[in-house]
Design a protein around this ligand. Structure first.
Ligand SMILES: *Cc1c(COP(=O)(O)O)cnc(C)c1O
Length: 381
């Protein structure tokens, strides 16, 4: 099977993890902070907190920005369920914003009409690694006093207006995922970046049971050097040193990974230029996509045939996927929000398939994908 995405691990990654295994600290050692520093430096952000997943990092971010019950937040339905779950964990109500058909990103121009009195923040997603129109989104959020989280789980290494995603130039917090299918991997893992020191402190405490050991932040007088304070309820959201070491090693290759993904995307575009079968999504203006995904959108003649094409490609060993089932279609969300109207999301869902793209996808295997795609679509013409 040629999957839609796959980790790319080399000897230097393996050595980095083995080195930690031979050391004193498997977790809570020096590698986690090194990884956090390296990520912050790469993105030109001030602060970074690494977590055991992007899901935890997203929840921590909503918490750190004071999202709570009686609040609402605006987000996109075309994402993994984690994005919306993050706000729901805090007790807030999700409001789903329809998308731009050409990119699959939340349509920033629609947000203003969705803002309610209770709305406190917006969680954007750089779908497939292609940045949102962050300048417009930032202006709008500032105008209405809303906080902004970038769920950039797909977008490490991507850029918007000459700034790396993660610089937090256009948002309060950026979150990355390091699941094996994402731009770099730590097996499981995530991170939240910010330029705000108070937010950073909350994120740090969140990953460690709500505990602080920082004397300057104590609410009560310490009764000894052993003293620490748990100031709010949280849990263990930590990443291990083994994972952080893998992340450090992977991060060294991020630019090379992104260039390979972009090269593969271009090969797809050239091969299927003016195709009768499908269209490609567009890159956002002034943005550099990291091509976490290679989404295609079926042309009208094939819209009712997605299941057949999907199955035919899977049978040929091509691990196509659909990104995503609109979040509001999930049973849990149907029970939570009943007044969703997102016609462009529905249209996108009818048409979207994700083809394989990852840095170590070989030219031979890419050719196999091209041929399988031709055959699968010809069959359903
Ligand atoms: C993968 C993903 C997540 C969750 O990441 P984990 O690290 O697996 O928790 C969240 N949001 C988006 C958009 C994702 O693609």
């Amino acid at each position: 099977m040629i999957p839609y995405s796959h980790q790319c691990i080399d000897e230097s990654d393996i050595e980095a993890v083995v080195e930690v295994l031979k050391s004193d600290f498997l977790t809570q050692g020096p590698r986690v902070e090194e990884f956090e520093r390296a990520l912050a430096d790469y993105c030109s952000a001030k602060y970074c907190v690494a977590f055991n997943s992007a899901t935890t990092a997203l929840y921590a971010s909503c918490f750190a920005l004071d999202l709570s019950k009686n609040d609402s937040f605006i987000t996109t339905p075309i994402s993994f369920v984690s994005t919306a779950n993050a706000g729901v964990y805090c007790g807030a109500k999700p409001i789903f914003c329809d998308i731009e058909p050409r990119t699959g990103n939340m349509d920033v121009d629609l947000i203003e009409s969705l803002i309610e009195k209770s709305t406190k923040l917006i969680i954007g997603v750089d779908y497939g690694g292609n940045p949102l129109r962050w300048d417009r989104l930032k202006d709008m959020a500032e105008k209405h006093g809303l906080k902004l989280i970038d769920d950039a789980s797909h977008a490490l290494g991507a850029e918007y207006k000459g700034k790396r995603i993660g610089s937090c130039e256009f948002c309060d917090i950026t979150v990355f995922s390091f699941h094996p299918v994402k731009p770099i991997t730590t097996a499981e893992g995530g991170a939240a970046l910010t330029n705000d020191e108070a937010v950073y402190k909350r994120l740090l405490m969140f990953k460690n049971h709500g505990i602080t050991r920082n004397a300057g932040d104590f609410e009560f007088k310490p009764d000894g050097d052993w003293y620490y304070e748990m100031q709010f309820l949280s849990f263990n959201g930590r990443i291990s040193d083994m994972q952080a070491a893998l992340g450090l090693s992977q991060l060294k290759k991020i630019d090379e990974f992104i260039e390979k993904r972009r090269t593969i995307a271009k090969l797809y575009r050239d091969r299927f230029k003016d195709s009768d079968f499908f269209d490609f999504t567009e890159e956002t203006k002034d943005a550099k996509s990291g091509y976490h995904l290679l989404p295609i959108l079926l042309k009208d003649d094939f819209v009712g045939r997605k299941q057949g094409i999907f199955k035919s490609l899977r049978t040929k060993g091509i691990g196509v996927q659909v990104h995503y089932i609109p979040i509001y279609r999930q049973p849990f969300y149907r029970g939570l929000v009943s007044d969703v109207y997102c016609p462009k999301t529905e249209e996108f869902y009818k048409r979207e398939l994700s083809l394989p793209v990852y840095p170590c996808l070989t030219r031979e295997n890419l050719e196999l994908v091209f041929e399988a795609v031709d055959e699968a679509f010809e069959k359903f013409k």
